[in-house]
Design a protein around this ligand. Structure first.
Ligand code: AMP
Ligand code: MG
Length: 423
């Protein structure tokens, strides 16, 4: 049995980023930038009005003053109007500020009489003018290589005129849920059977990583079916197998993988829940129709991996065997599968977000493995929730954070601890 740090290190050693690609902004959400991006334009790109109102020269604008309205500037092409003392231009939000004007007076603060307005307040220079470059300077970095592209990132790239963005490769993944006891939700249960919840869980967790599973299938605890399912699954960059990795007679995953020539790199990790976790690699013999451009290229060329330089070469599938208990599957996915997938996709930050928070009550880990406690982070306090056993799915469903408590470690009530957000 190895430590979780060692397991993570061994896994990540075997992963290198997939080939970069250009995608339209519309497809870039949750991808990772493959290069640094810099502002092509300042934001705002020109001085413009923050309000519907009148563009004026502030020094000639005292309360009670009358101004002549010389024209109108809506948002859109610059009409190249000019404003002098005693004059105003009708203006609308986002419209370029006419030459000579240095303030905008809100329409609510004037009384209009035909072609004139009278001011109901004093005006100060710069009021309601959004200055060129006040938000973002030209040349400023707007997105770093490896950063996740969020909705606002997409908006920022669009505001700079980028139609496409270079992102990391698209990882493909398949899920196999093993177990004779499993029944598909929607079907009828018989005594002793349970619904397969890990398929849904793993599909959703993959989705959270920006990966849509190419296949999610159930497989009985039977050598032949398992072997066939694995053969299909390894056409992807990643194959996740739930259940069947423990030590019982019906735990056939390890054997089935070995029969297919898999190199088992990890089996059993000192972590609770999740001990029977397995990680291995299998050579693919048939190219995947959905594999990335790079995979296709690397298959056509001899492997170029040098000693010690692990990589997903495109002819190899990384296989993760997760324990069937739902909480174990959840924790091992987040600790081991997620970082591997994120690295493939070009991410730099592979960790769950961590926040310091107060522990609601004292906890001791008497065990010999670090324990991930499920809990709720609310009002800057972390409260363990539900049964802390690996089958306890309800508690997990109420949790939004994980607290790692080391083997033999005691934590006191109100102590500040780092928890990982797993919402
Ligand atoms: P295993 O790892 O196959 O020994 O399974 C451990 C426990 O997890 C058993 O109680 C299984 O019934 C349960 N389990 C296995 N696979 C699933 C699944 N896909 N959905 C829900 N529970 C599962
Ligand atoms: Mg099983």
């Amino acid at each position: 049995m190895i430590s979780e740090e060692e397991a993570r290190r061994r896994i990540l050693e075997r992963v290198s980023p997939l080939d970069e690609r250009a995608v339209p902004l519309a497809s870039a959400l949750d991808c990772f930038a493959a290069q640094d991006y810099f502002a092509r334009l300042p934001l705002p790109a020109f001085d413009n009005s923050a309000m519907d109102g009148y563009a004026v020269v502030a020094s000639s604008c005292k309360k009670g003053e009358r101004l002549r309205v010389m024209g109108e500037q809506p948002a859109g092409p610059d009409r190249k109007l000019r404003v002098g003392a005693g004059e105003a231009v009708r203006i609308f939000t986002g419209a370029p500020v006419p030459e000579g004007a240095d303030a905008i007076v809100m329409q609510e603060d004037v009384t209009r009489n035909g072609t004139d307005i009278s001011l109901n307040i004093d005006i100060e220079t710069g009021e309601f003018v959004r200055r060129r470059g006040c938000d973002l300077a030209e040349g400023q970095m707007i997105l770093a290589r490896g950063e996740r592209i969020r909705a606002a990132t997409i908006a920022l790239l669009a505001s700079q005129g980028f139609a496409d963005v270079m992102v990391g490769g698209e990882a493909t993944a398949a899920v196999i849920s093993t177990g004779d006891e499993l029944v598909k939700p929607g079907e009828k249960l018989q005594a002793g059977q349970i619904y397969d919840s890990n398929s849904a869980l793993l599909r959703a967790l993959l989705q959270r990583c920006g990966v849509s599973a190419t296949a999610v299938e159930h497989c009985r605890d039977d050598r032949e079916s398992l072997g066939n399912a694995i053969k299909r699954g390894i056409k992807n960059h990643v194959l996740i197998i739930s259940g069947g990795v423990s030590v019982g007679e019906h735990d056939l995953v390890k054997e089935a993988l070995c029969e297919l020539g898999a190199k088992i790199e990890i089996w059993r990790v000192a972590v609770k829940p999740g001990k029977p976790f397995l990680f291995g690699r299998v050579e693919q013999d048939t190219p995947s129709p959905k594999s990335s451009q790079r995979s296709a290229q690397s298959r056509a060329q001899p492997p170029t991996r040098s000693a010690g330089e692990g990589s997903v070469s495109g002819s190899e599938c990384l296989v993760f065997g997760l324990p069937g208990n739902p909480v174990s599957a959840f924790v091992t996915f987040l600790q081991f599968v997620r970082p591997a997938i994120l690295r493939m996709m070009g991410a730099t930050n592979l960790d769950l977000p961590q926040v310091p928070t107060k522990l609601a009550f004292g906890l001791t880990n008497d065990g010999d493995r670090p324990h991930y406690i499920r809990g709720r982070l609310e009002h800057e306090k972390f409260t363990p929730i539900g049964r802390q056993e690996s089958h306890a799915l309800f508690g997990l469903s109420q949790a939004n954070a994980l607290l790692r408590i080391g083997a033999g470690q005691s934590l006191k009530a109100d102590e500040i601890v780092d928890v990982r957000i797993c919402d």
